[in-house]
Design a protein around this ligand. Structure first.
Ligand code: CA
Length: 225
């Protein structure tokens, strides 16, 4: 599931896009001005942005530039332009939009473009390792997805972080204190028993594949090497 931010001032179009993106399995949000778009993008960190070029406050090209400013992880942008905005379209692509669609467009076509851009973008290498695996377990960092024997397993955000931490450190013993500090954050007002409880729940969700997380008595846990 990807997060898609729609920056579009035409209310009907915004609603239509939001509805269809959600129906297609994405998380979608609509904002109706450039300024709101920039601020929402910074707080929500979407996976993709649909950006209308003709906005009431800031021109789309400028919005694209602001979105790019100081952003370590480049969020792909699809520009939405009206017919005849040729020069704006060129400007948009120069500013680093990944694709564009011209109004009026078919929703089906737009959804295909969204998929294509997301796929392309996830193929780009990044600093962080994005896909981790051990035995039957596969974890996809970008998609926030875990599969066991190719079947999706629903984890809480915390269980996900816990599993990710193990997969990143195969064969190394993780003390409860280390896990508390790396997974929960050192200031969390909880005891080391909480770690045990969550590991137990995580193992249950993973089924037999959960055996890769070994208990090291009196110390903590480790992922089998
Ligand atoms: Ca507009």
């Amino acid at each position: 599931m990807s997060r898609i931010l729609v920056i579009e001032d035409e209310q009907d179009l915004g609603t239509l896009l939001e509805y269809n993106l959600r129906a297609d399995g994405h998380e979608a949000e609509v904002v109706r001005s450039g300024a709101a778009g920039v601020s929402r993008a910074r707080s929500w960190k979407p996976d993709l942005i649909l950006l209308d070029l003709m906005l009431p406050d800031i021109a789309g090209g400028e919005v694209a530039r602001l979105l790019r400013e100081g952003e370590p992880r480049r969020t792909p942008i699809i520009m939405v332009t009206a017919r005849g905005e040729e020069s704006d379209r060129v400007k948009g692509l120069e500013l680093g939009a990944d694709d564009y669609v011209v109004k009026p467009f078919s929703v089906k076509e737009l959804l295909l473009r969204v998929k294509a851009v997301l796929r392309r973008h996830s193929d780009e290498p990044r600093g962080e390792q994005k896909k981790l695996a051990k035995g039957a377990i596969q974890l996809d960092v970008d998609r926030h997805e875990v599969r066991v024997s190719d079947k999706p397993v629903v984890l809480t955000a915390l269980e996900f972080r816990l599993l990710k931490t193990f997969l990143e450190r195969p064969g190394r013993v993780q003390t409860r204190e280390t896990l508390l500090s790396d997974v929960w954050g050192i200031d969390a007002d909880i005891t080391t028993r909480t770690v045990d409880t969550h590991i137990k729940r995580l193992r249950e969700k993973l089924g037999p594949a959960g055996d890769v997380i070994e208990t090291i008595r009196g110390v903590g846990y480790k992922l089998t090497s």
